[in-house]
Design a protein around this ligand. Structure first.
Ligand code: SF4
Length: 346
């Protein structure tokens, strides 16, 4: 039964909702291992190159009230997070993105809290594109409008991210009482209508059902410019209303990554290192992910805490992990200080 579904996925046939639900319901070791193998096989058949994405956090001053219940990023939400308010200056952003490029990382995510109508994202796009050749993703959630999306396009922003987290409306309202799902949906539509690549992902382990995940993944298919799906496992941040909620299990994260790969064979499937735990990055790659995010080089000039958990991925460690699995980390040739065998230069 499950083999038939997997074979269809490997032939790049479109899976149906009930087939995907069956994959999620698989419990035996053999079945789950088969899903992981197939997902890796599918990714490797396209490319063995793993994208690396670093990060710059623009501001943690968030005007959403009440705060999202899991948030440890916004000021005053968690003693493990940044806690104190910050807004990075133009010079700080510029130095950070230059250090990322110098380390050979090809891509940066500039993300920030809510309440600026996207002007913080536009400023970041201008700085990144003026000072570096980095590929750029911006993520300020639903804090965008037509004007800021237009400006992001003018600055040649490569990808705009707006995570829906869950499309189970009741759960969304429970976890994000200061936001409305329809605002996030509207922003995803605006990004797509502007012809920009959309990144939109799932936060899992927050009380959603398998059917919710299936519905969400199929819903994402409706955005014509969808290019990236981040899969983020929940981790409790200390002092937040969800500090006692159990973390998402590793196996559920792997399963969701792998099934996402079986549905979206051509898309970038992203795992932010803090959401799976830097020590578990290898498992995300074994499940078919092809982009590791929140990867920080040693020379990074700013204090950085992950979104989802305080820990970030260290560049050297992530490179080693990728190579140990026989995959190729994508690094920039001209600026890359690492000239070792097995590293793919671009
Ligand atoms: S998750 Fe984002 S929008 Fe929600 S409170 Fe935190 S910073 Fe604000």
């Amino acid at each position: 039964m499950i083999n038939k579904i997997i074979n269809r996925a490997l032939k790049e046939e479109e899976l149906k909702k009930d087939e995907v639900l069956d994959l999620f319901k698989s419990r035996s070791y053999e079945d789950v291992a088969r899903i992981f193998e197939a997902a890796s096989e599918l990714r490797n058949s396209k490319s063995r190159m793993i994208k690396l994405t670093s990060t710059v956090h623009l501001t943690n001053v968030c005007k959403i009230t009440p705060k999202c219940k899991y948030c440890g990023f916004a000021a005053k939400t968690s003693s493990e997070g940044y806690f104190h308010s910050f807004s990075k200056t133009e010079d700080e952003i510029s130095l950070a993105v230059q250090s990322i490029e110098k380390a050979g990382i090809p891509r940066v995510s500039c993300s920030g809290a809510h309440g600026y109508k996207g002007q913080h994202a536009v400023q970041a796009a201008r700085i990144v594109k003026k000072n570096t050749n980095l590929e750029l993703l911006v993520n300020v959630g639903s804090d965008l409008n037509q004007e800021s999306i237009g400006a992001l396009a003018e600055y040649q922003t490569d990808t705009v991210c707006c995570n829906l987290e869950t499309i189970n409306r009741e759960l969304f309202n429970q976890l994000k009482p200061g936001e409305r799902l329809k605002d996030r949906l509207e922003v995803c539509k605006m990004i797509s209508n502007a012809g920009m690549e959309l990144s939109s992902g799932l936060l899992i382990g927050i009380g959603e059902s398998y059917q919710d995940r299936v519905n969400h993944l199929f819903f994402l298919k409706e955005f014509p410019t969808l290019g990236e799906v981040p899969i983020m496992g929940f981790n409790p941040y200390l002092d937040t209303p969800m500090e006692n909620h159990p973390p998402c299990s590793l196996i559920e994260q792997m399963k969701t990554i792998a099934i996402t790969r079986l549905i979206f064979n051509d898309l970038r499937i992203t795992v932010p290192a803090p959401t799976i735990g830097p020590e578990n990055v290898k498992f995300s790659l074994m499940a078919g992910a092809d982009n590791v995010a929140t990867v920080i080089p040693d020379q990074y000039p700013l204090d950085v805490k992950g979104v989802g958990s305080p820990q970030c991925g260290n560049l050297k460690e992530v490179i080693n992990t990728i190579k140990e699995l026989g995959l190729n980390p994508q690094l920039k040739e001209t600026l890359c200080p690492v000239k070792e065998k097995g590293i793919t230069k671009i």
